[in-house]
Design a protein around this ligand. Structure first.
Ligand code: SF4
Ligand code: SF4
Length: 75
């Protein structure tokens, strides 16, 4: 499961960049981005985003756009 960044919600605060344990997040033109191939799929970036700008999505094989139930229950 990989995070999906909503660039319209992201305000470029950089919180996710600081908290990503894999240190693979950064800002491009003031918006969050990450290297998916190195992502550890921990979901921390989605949890810490103050604008709810990152969704933690299931892979398409399990249904595009569905938020993982386990993650949803934590919110
Ligand atoms: S924490 Fe959210 S608002 Fe802040 S840079 Fe990351 S995605 Fe953007
Ligand atoms: S899911 Fe974890 S490893 Fe992947 S970008 Fe977010 S914080 Fe970094």
């Amino acid at each position: 499961m990989f995070p999906v960044i909503n660039v319209f919600r992201c305000d470029g605060c950089g919180v996710c960049v600081k908290r990503c344990p894999a240190q693979i997040m950064g800002l491009i033109n003031g918006k969050a981005a990450y290297l998916q191939m190195l992502c550890e799929e921990c979901g921390i970036c989605a949890e810490v985003c103050p604008t709810n700008g990152i969704q933690f999505e299931l892979p398409r094989a399990y249904g595009a756009g569905e938020v993982h139930e386990a993650y949803q229950s934590k919110r």
